[in-house]
Design a binder for this molecule. Structure first.
Ligand SMILES: Nc1ncnc2c1ncn2[C@@H]1O[C@H](COP(=O)(O)OP(=O)(O)OP(=O)(O)O)[C@@H](O)[C@H]1O
Ligand SMILES: [Mg+2]
Length: 368
């Protein structure tokens, strides 16, 4: 069964380091998603796992066996790409039974695999259609069926849903994950769509500038990001700069812009902070409350914008500290008109305190 390990893998294109000393383990049966901004090395990492490219330095292991020099054809993988790769002159059935056919299986076995896979992806009705007569969603389903018919235990998916309509994308991502899990396949899926990553992944590999920033579950990345970049790339959040004014055993007093002090409970996972040290307060909009009156640890502000999000309202607030703060409010809450004076409070368990990045917050959150 496929367990994938990369040891100190570097990939260079001339002067560009597309991957820098990457170490990674993907366990058998895991659905992992490689996520990160454009140009960060996602496709390069995927191509090295698949054997399409060789690393410049470092090693790749499949099930403990060194496959660094083993070419693609000998790794027994299946592929699903953004640009749907079907044989245009073959109908759906012929596309799906192509792999069992070239592997020399008897007709009975070819039929058995074809029927099983078409059933799994619910494409029986389209079996006689040529790809050109199908919508892009059905074409991608057929491409998925063809990938599954190889019976490979490792499936490589590079932006498989990017060319599809949003509704089809959501339907198909649920289906892909379900099939992968039912068949016990290991899947490595590249996307730059964070919703897609969160909805299908057992684990997300978050990349930036040729390096792995973190490997964690979607819940861990969303709820307790390990870095400001991770918190920024996954979901939406407020980032408020200040510095440590004082601290005792249980809390910090943070001095925000315009000398606004707020108290923050210490969390066991926080690093040590020195007095006077610059920090960034992180809080998700759903953990940011809008209150009508001033209480402890609130920041005054004015509503600047209200956005209808379907199941809630998102407010943009210009705070007294000169930050633009996002806060979500349920539809049942009274609508607040623009320029209403309100107070913002961050839920204590929703706050994470980070050290101010070395090159500043703006640089840290830059999506290059
Ligand atoms: N064949 C190549 N020759 C030269 N440079 C390359 C090649 N392939 C990738 N690169 C460079 O390596 C870096 C990583 O590219 P890669 O395609 O892996 O990024 P990516 O994360 O997949 O981006 P995207 O989200 O845009 O698909 C980029 O700087 C890219 O320009
Ligand atoms: Mg890419």
């Amino acid at each position: 069964m496929p367990k994938i390990e990369l040891q100190n893998v570097t990939k260079r294109f001339g002067r560009i380091f597309a991957l820098k000393k990457v170490n990674l383990t993907i366990n058998d049966g895991e659905y992992v998603v490689i996520l990160g901004p454009s140009g960060c090395g996602k496709t390069t990492l995927l191509n090295i796992i698949a054997g399409i490219w060789k690393p410049t330095t470092g090693k790749v292991f499949l099930d403990g066996k060194d496959v660094t020099d083993v070419p693609l054809e000998e790794r027994h993988l299946s592929f699903v790409f953004q640009n749907i790769a079907l044989f245009p002159h073959l109908n759906v059935w012929e596309n799906v039974t192509y792999s069992p056919f070239v592997r020399g299986f008897p007709a009975k076995k070819q039929n058995q695999i074809g029927n099983q896979i078409l059933g799994l992806v619910e494409l029986e009705e389209k079996k006689n259609e040529l790809p050109q007569n199908l919508s892009s969603g059905f074409q991608q389903k057929a491409a998925l069926a063809r990938a599954l018919s190889t019976e490979a235990k490792l499936m490589i998916l590079d932006e498989p849903l990017s060319a599809l309509d949003p509704a089809v994308r959501v339907e198909l991502r649920t289906k892909i994950r379900k099939l992968v899990k039912e068949l016990g396949i290991t899947a490595v899926h590249v996307t730059h769509d964070q919703d897609e990553a969160m909805s299908v992944a057992d684990k997300i590999i978050l990349m930036r500038k040729g390096e792995i920033v973190n490997v964690a579950t979607p819940q861990e990345m969303y709820n307790t990001p390990k870095s400001l970049f991770e918190g920024y790339f996954i979901g939406q959040a407020n980032f408020i700069e200040g510095y440590v004014q004082a601290q005792d055993d249980t809390s910090f007093t943070i001095n925000l812009r315009r000398e606004k002090m707020i108290k923050i409970k210490k969390q066991p996972f926080y690093p040590e902070f020195d007095a006077g040290e610059p920090v960034v307060l992180f809080c998700r909009p759903e953990n940011t409350l809008i209150l009508p009156k001033k209480t402890d640890n609130t920041i005054g502000g004015k509503i600047k914008r209200r956005i209808f999000m379907g199941s809630y309202y998102r407010y943009e607030i210009l705070s007294f500290t000169e930050d633009l703060i996002l806060a979500d409010a349920p539809l049942s809450q009274k609508i607040l008109p623009i320029n209403t004076q309100i107070y913002v409070r961050f839920k204590p368990n929703g706050i994470i305190l980070f050290k101010e990045p070395k090159y500043g917050l703006k640089e840290e959150l830059q999506l290059e």
